[in-house]
Design a binder for this molecule. Structure first.
Ligand code: TXA
Ligand code: MG
Length: 335
């Protein structure tokens, strides 16, 4: 019997906490809630609840041997669910989480066998989307999320596409607008000596190689890294010099008739003119990664180019940002 599927509309960068709490409660009680991630829409269920997992497979018409990805809100939660995290996996996590890279580990066996179709491994990722992260936190339980489509159909990028497939079959969809990347995460097996690509996706083999030093297995001829449709100019360096350079570039491009967007840390956003999206906090590169893709996606619909305050810290994520950027400008204090 068909059920009524609720549709909750939220702001992607600043989702209503009441909606997240209500959606989290549905998941905690064994229900199914679709939600946006930075890649595609996922269909969330309580990973520790075997009945909820069964309902999830039934709603999608998914073959039971196809394992699910565990979505966690913070990398610190990983240890509970997997046997070991190799130094190489730790480097990948540092560079890509939150973000569109799913890693396959040896499972610690703490979730029902149906989650992994009986496999001894478990796929895990930290999504880079404020709605996904907020929902996982609000649920307070481990959340699995396959793409929110009927089995065999394309992964949905909007709530409307989710409803076209799963309306009447799931409890609710949180509509946070289009998923900014529109392509699923790359699935990488890190249980062996050399990482192996099991599904190519938003993170390209070259990007993985830039972190690990070697091209992963299974990557031959597979597509490159995701790039946004508008140029991203990354300005790196010490704080005051970065701000001065962004102001200079803003003036130069707007004078040339371009529409310019700026993505800045929350502390600095008020300093800039024009269309500014605050994203992340100073000294917390994870908080930048969590909203960056959504912020760029929103600006891509409104401007010709984006100026981005780079993080001052030299982290793995800084590497990722450089690859996303059309241009990287390094400024020094006092120049
Ligand atoms: O971007 C994404 O990954 C989206 C969003 C919602 O996070 N999720 C997604 O999930 O695409 P799904 O279930 O549609 O695809 C997961 C892929 C499948 O190809 C599955 O076989 C593979 O990951 N997978 C999951 N667990 C695995 C495991 N333990 N070993 C090998 N492959 C695994
Ligand atoms: Mg899928």
């Amino acid at each position: 019997m068909a059920k009524e599927t609720l549709r909750w509309r939220v702001d992607a960068l600043c989702p209503d906490t009441g909606v997240l709490a209500a959606a989290g409660e549905v998941i905690r009680r064994g229900g199914l809630v679709a939600f946006p991630t930075e890649t595609v829409y996922g269909l969330g269920a309580h990973a520790g609840d075997a009945a909820a997992i069964a309902a999830l497979f039934a709603a999608k018409g998914r073959p039971p041997e196809k394992a699910l990805i565990l979505h966690i809100a913070a990398r610190e939660e990983l240890w509970f669910y997997v046997k070991e995290v190799s130094p190489l996996a730790a480097r990948l996590i540092e560079a890509f989480w939150p973000g569109p890279l799913t890693l396959v580990f040896k499972s610690s066996g703490r979730l029902p066998a149906a989650v992994t179709g009986g496999l001894p491994t478990l796929a895990v990722r930290v999504p880079a989307h404020p709605v996904a992260l907020g929902l996982i936190r609000a649920a307070g339980v481990p959340v699995v999320a396959p793409s929110a489509n009927l089995s065999g159909r394309p992964s949905p990028v909007t709530a409307a596409a989710v409803l076209a497939d799963l309306g009447g079959r799931i409890d609710a969809v949180i509509d946070g607008g289009p998923a900014p990347l529109g392509v699923a995460s790359t699935v990488l097996d890190v249980t062996g000596e050399v990482p192996r690509v099991l599904r190519s996706g938003a993170v390209g083999a070259a990007e993985i190689a830039a972190v690990t030093g070697t091209v992963p297995e299974g990557a031959a001829g597979k597509g490159g890294s995701f790039r946004f449709g508008i140029p991203l100019i990354l300005v790196e360096g010490a704080g005051a010099a970065v701000r001065a350079e962004i102001e200079r570039l803003y003036t130069r491009f707007t004078t040339a008739g371009k529409k310019v967007g700026v993505i800045a840390r929350e502390e600095n956003a008020a300093r800039y003119p024009g269309l500014v999206i605050p994203c992340g906090r100073e000294g917390d590169v994870g908080s930048l990664a969590a909203c960056l893709y959504v912020a760029i996606g929103q600006l891509a619909a409104a401007v010709d180019l984006v100026l981005l305050e780079g993080p001052p810290e030299e982290t793995g994520f800084a590497l990722r940002l450089r690859r996303l950027a059309a241009q990287v400008i390094r400024v020094e204090e006092g120049l």
